[in-house]
Design a protein around this ligand. Structure first.
Ligand code: ZN
Length: 677
């Protein structure tokens, strides 16, 4: 099953009329008409109203909300409402609450608060999901099911511990295999009975928090188990929905680069991916591009939904700036440019009380239609309506892949040594940013993805190497492609045990290097690295991690300039088959990463449209009918003059861009060109 069937980009978002009297609802729909809001996500947190007691369901409120949306011709993304359990449930069944990392059994409160292993929670959440599906499945307005909300967190209760033991039995079969995988001969940890195994927490293997563990293998498996346990909750509800609704697609809203859950393990169970875009405070467009591409990569390049974004400010950070005029529109189009087939907000009307009352909303507390935010939303709604369905189902024609791997993320950041300062997301973002600045379309894919269609595969800090990945990367190079790997890659197997081989382990033949030692230094220390020669070269700075490389066939591209390893390789390139393996052995600064990435791209003639305009993002999509769309996004606060290459029709303004004639793009401006054949 695929995305919801649609002839235009769904536009709207999370709407919670259960928080207001019904006379407000009429006014809401008048304002929705003004803003061209055609899709509402309903019931995300209505469990306590839908089920006021264990034996009692009351659909009065939800019936009214759904009927109102139908009466006004809206499309509905209907939630199961299980992102927060009702208070009565925690009182009657204390097992539904979580036990935290410190071992404290929580009492009722907050949201995203359910123990995933609780049989009561599993039974009641599936039951309410089924009841909702049974009641609304035949309503044509319901185009998608939204299970739970932003799954996350972890539980360390006795039921989860028991579930963990069962998961381990399934995975390892015997205690002998488990003892080998966890290397339990270390520190007297040999297990003789499954019941001796504890959940890794502050009370057991950890100190200083979740990243500091005595046994990486145990903690890694618990992360995998917890991700699977929450996935089981999603699957419970999806199965309950499917009993009544055979054809309507099911999703849950992800959170982009969210460490606790391995979305690659989840993706096969969703009909389509969706996610909530709340970028860090700097609002880095490359961070958002990477997150969008990661979400698009979950379902093999299939478009996704932007399920939530803030119309303006968030309320969840210490400091919450407003989105500058034009920025919400720009970021919305950026999502579409990277594969979003829906543009949805949180929230439609500002919550009156509690923690999201200052979270930006399309309609503010005063209910005005003449605020800046409302006008910008309405203007985007009109623009999307004119744009129509031309981009729906369109794919990204990328020749470059970037590997993203939750296991490597977890293993790297819980490792004792060589450096706690090397952060997976930062390194991956650095390489993605270099590709983004080069203007290159990128597929961000799991390590299990088919790599046979890519010319360039970038694999930053691929700490853990699993299965036949090394052989598949070698195949990329053998047929003429380039593989770029970095320091701290190819170090451990899937149980987090070191390979009994030269570093970088299974990647060594492809990279043509051997690493015996590595140096880690504080953030203030930099070792200059000379890259290339002559005017085409560059002296970059490397920080945090410095591997000492002995070439075993690779040619030296960059060398350290200081310390006892001055003059030794920091960047190498190895000929392999008809292609190359590139190895970056140190934490290069952004200029250095950019230089190496450009060399790799140049080998294949992969070039962005406007490499001289780093603030101008371009992204391509090809529609099912072959229409080629080029998105141009100016992330700068100043206008930019763009030298036109190919010509096309700007679908937002109707303006023709003649081949070879420059054109302007406003501050935070957007153009979507339908390219000439
Ligand atoms: Zn639990």
């Amino acid at each position: 099953m695929n995305l919801p069937v649609s002839s235009s980009t769904p536009f709207g978002g999370d709407y919670s009329p259960e928080q207001w009297p019904q006379d407000v609802w009429k006014e809401d729909y008048r304002l929705f008409d003004t803003a061209r809001i055609d899709t509402v996500t309903l019931g995300v947190f209505t469990w306590a109203q839908t089920q006021p007691a264990e034996e009692l369901y009351d659909f009065t409120v939800l019936d009214g909300i759904v009927a109102e949306a139908e009466a006004h011709g809206r499309r509905i993304c209907l939630a199961t409402g299980t992102g927060a359990h009702p208070a009565w449930m925690a009182r009657a069944h204390p097992e539904v609450t979580r036990t935290d990392f410190e071992g404290r059994r929580h009492r009722y409160g907050q949201r995203h608060n359910s123990c995933p292993s609780s049989p009561v929670f599993r039974r009641l959440s599936a039951e309410v999901a089924g009841r909702i599906a049974e009641r609304y499945a035949d309503r044509p307005a319901v185009i998608a099911w939204h299970v739970g909300n932003e799954y996350g967190g972890a539980c360390y209760c006795e039921r989860c511990t028991a579930g963990f033991r069962g998961w381990l039995r399934e995975r390892y079969g015997t205690l002998e295999a488990l003892n080998t995988a966890w290397n339990t001969a270390f520190w007297s940890h040999t297990f003789y009975d499954w019941d001796e195994i504890e959940a890794p927490s502050a009370l057991t293997e950890h100190w200083r928090g979740p990243d500091h563990t005595a046994f990486q293998g145990i903690t890694l498996d618990y992360l995998r188990f917890m991700s699977d346990a929450m996935l089981a909750n999603f699957r419970d509800e999806k199965a309950a929905i499917r009993r009544f609704s055979a054809g309507t697609p099911v999703t849950t809203n992800f959170m982009g680069m969210y460490r606790p859950l391995d979305y690659h393990r989840w993706a096969p169970h969703l009909d389509f991916a969706s996610w909530d875009n709340y970028p860090p405070e700097d609002g880095s467009p490359a961070w958002m591009g990477l997150s969008h591409d990661l979400m698009r990569g979950l379902k093999d390049g299939q478009p996704f939904w932007l399920m939530e974004q803030a119309p303006t400010t968030t309320a969840c950070r210490d400091v919450n700036p407003v989105k500058r005029p034009g920025v919400m529109r720009l970021w919305s189009w950026q999502a579409v440019a990277h594969g979003a087939d829906a543009v949805l907000y949180f929230q439609m009307r500002a919550s009156r009380g509690a923690s999201e009352k200052y979270f930006g909303a399309v309609i503010n507390h005063a209910g005005r239609d003449d605020t800046r935010v409302f006008r910008e939303v309405a203007s985007l709604g009109a623009e999307l309506e004119r744009f129509g369905g031309v981009a729906l189902g369109a794919r990204t024609p990328a020749r470059t892949a970037l590997l993203f791997d939750w296991d490597s993320w977890w293993a790297l950041e819980m490792s004792d040594g060589p450096s706690r300062l090397v952060r997976y997301q930062q390194v991956v973002l650095g390489y993605y940013r270099a590709l983004w600045e080069a203007g290159v379309d990128v597929d961000v894919v799991p390590v299990t993805a088919d790599l046979s269609g890519y010319d360039v595969v970038v694999a930053p800090v691929l700490h853990m190497l699993k299965g036949d990945l090394a052989a598949r990367l070698e195949a990329v190079a053998r047929r003429g492609g380039s593989v770029l790997a970095t320091y701290l890659s190819g170090r451990v197997d899937e149980s987090d045990n070191a390979f009994l081989a030269d570093v970088p382990g299974p990647l060594a033949p492809l990279m043509g290097v051997r690493v015996d030692e590595w140096d880690a230094r504080g953030p203030d220390f930099a070792n200059p690295v000379r890259l290339g020669e002559g005017p085409q070269g560059l002296v970059a700075e490397a920080r945090l991690l410095f591997e000492l490389v002995q070439p075993r066939g690779a040619e030296v591209i960059g060398t350290y300039q200081a310390d006892f390893y001055a003059g030794t390789p920091a960047v190498t390139r190895n000929s392999f088959g008809a292609g190359h393996g590139w190895y970056v052995a140190a934490g290069l600064d952004q200029a250095g990463v950019g230089w190496v990435v450009r060399q790799v791209l140049d080998t294949h003639g992969i070039a962005g449209r406007y490499p001289g305009l780093p603030g101008l993002e371009t992204a391509a999509r090809v529609a099912p009918d072959g229409t080629r769309l080029l998105f141009l996004l100016n992330h700068a606060a100043e206008p930019v003059e763009v030298p036109a290459e190919a010509g096309g029709l700007d679908l937002l303004t109707g303006e023709r861009i003649e081949p070879g004639r420059p054109f302007g793009l406003d501050a935070y401006g957007v153009r979507v060109l339908r390219e000439d054949d």
